[in-house]
Design a protein around this ligand. Structure first.
Ligand code: HEM
Length: 362
């Protein structure tokens, strides 16, 4: 072979190989200039300085973990593509919260049924005396029934929000369930404000008689005389059990109201960030820099948790106020109770009232 032909035969494939190599490298980096690093080494930037999407795994991982990006619209929350805590929230709401909530309610009903089975109705042992005394005046009864009726409405519509799709929907069908739930949502949102007025009224009317004192310890030590016939530990207007109920209703009611307002007006209040920041002063180490979305999630879980707990407690209260104790309902019905009932359940209060009447205070 002549020497020139031999040179071409060697050089041509070498040149072609070099051009091909360059082309592959240029295609990989997206640039004809090979001093730029490859796609995998750009740290997520689109090679060539152009705008566009990146396929960097780190970026997607960060988005998956809820990293916030920039948006030009006013609603900065739109900068979250994936809010991972939302999944935790849903798992808690549909998992332990609803499961333990239903246990609390059915558990309370079961305990009351057992109590009724073994103890029966608590009777007025002295029988009716035929003479009554005013226990709650008109304003007190108005405050009680305002709180009670609104609470029952809120509890029923709230329970429907949580459990209706499992309990009611299979029974009445999707259409009817949707209608009932929509009406229920309006009832829940508006009646909440009337409940708040009820809570404020009972707080003002009854706070003085619900301050704990020494008689409460003796009452609690004897289990309120609930478990033994003939046991009547002394009590003033409200016994220790009623005082506990009062504070649960007032504090629980305020807490449900605040979290309820935060849910009706979304993203306006940051109750948990401020509460956690306050608790952190005492070394709790709670996350005080919550995003607006996390705030909403905490508020929803708290609202439902306290509401379910209070519902279980109120079921016990309704039992004692109706079936559980003879003569109790009259106190909130007519406002008058039999003197023998008062002597057995609230003897110190009866003495105070009779003393006041004798002195002509009334
Ligand atoms: C719906 C059925 C209800 C009935 C039949 C009922 C009945 C009664 C009765 C008879 C009393 C007076 C007890 C006494 O004279 O010592 C009372 C008091 C009271 N009720 Fe209710 N109630 C009901 C619902 C509620 C609800 C839903 C709440 C609160 C959310 C509530 C909160 C209170 C409070 C704070 C007291 C004063 C403390 C006490 O006596 O336990 N009640 N209730």
């Amino acid at each position: 072979m002549p020497r020139t032909k031999t040179a071409i035969a060697v050089l041509f494939p070498a040149l072609l190989g070099a051009v091909l190599l360059y082309a592959v490298a240029a295609a990989m980096t997206g640039s004809a200039s090979l001093d730029r690093p490859a796609v995998a080494q750009t740290g997520g930037e689109v090679p060539g300085g152009s705008l566009g999407s990146s396929s960097d795994a780190e970026i997607w991982r960060a988005i998956r973990r809820g990293a916030q990006g920039e948006v030009s619209i006013a609603d900065k929350k739109a900068g979250y593509m994936i809010q991972s805590e939302g999944e935790n929230w849903r798992a808690i709401r549909n998992g332990p919260l609803s499961v333990y909530g239903s246990w609390a309610i059915f558990g309370m009903i079961a305990v009351l049924a057992l109590f009724f089975l073994f103890r029966g109705r608590i009777r007025t042992e002295g029988g009716p005396s035929g003479r009554t005394i005013e226990r709650f005046n008109g304003l007190e009864r108005f405050a009680h029934w305002l709180t009670a009726n609104t609470f029952v409405l809120l509890a029923l519509t709230g329970l429907n929000t949580m459990y209706g799709r499992y309990v009611l929907k299979p029974l009445i069908g999707a259409e009817a369930f949707a209608t009932i739930t929509e009406i229920g949502k309006y009832i829940h949102n508006y009646v909440g404000f009337a409940f708040m007025i009820g809570i404020a009224l009972i707080l003002v009317l009854w706070v003085r008689q619900n301050i704990p004192d020494r008689t409460d310890l003796a009452w609690l030590a004897k289990g309120g005389g609930m478990f033994t016939k003939g046991s009547h530990p002394p009590a003033r207007k409200f016994n220790a059990g009623q005082k506990i109920l009062f504070w649960l209703v007032v504090l629980g009611g305020i807490s449900i109201s605040l979290s309820g307002i935060a849910l009706i007006f979304p993203f306006k209040l940051a109750l948990f960030s401020s509460t956690f920041a306050f608790l952190n002063i005492f070394g709790f180490g709670l996350p005080a820099d919550l995003t607006p979305m996390q705030e909403m999630q905490y508020q929803q879980i708290w609202h439902a948790l306290v509401a379910l707990g209070l519902t279980a407690v109120i079921i016990a209260h309704i039992y004692i106020g109706t079936l559980g104790m003879e003569g109790a309902f009259d106190a909130m019905g007519t406002g008058e109770v039999d003197r023998n009932w008062a002597r057995e359940h609230h003897p110190l209060w009866l003495e105070e009232e009779e003393g006041a009447k004798a002195r002509g205070d009334d």
